[in-house]
Design a protein around this ligand. Sequence first.
Ligand code: ZN
Length: 81
Amino acid sequence: MTGKPCARCGSTERYASGRCAPCKRESSRAWYAANTERKREATRKWQAANPELVAAYDRKRRGKAANLAAMNANAIAIMTL
Ligand SMILES: [Zn+2]
């Protein structure tokens, strides 16, 4: 179990599962990079297919931001009392 170097990179750093740590890190990094691109593409498609939902989310987000701004204004008003 221990001390056997990885066939791919020669590292002896292993996880408890037995997988080579540097190779696992590299593959998950690559998977993440590939996946963010896919996710972005899926989001683009979803937004194109659901413009009214996107607008609704946008309104919600803007409403939250407006609430936050009002809260900040209140906090400033209290602080300057
Ligand atoms: Zn390796």
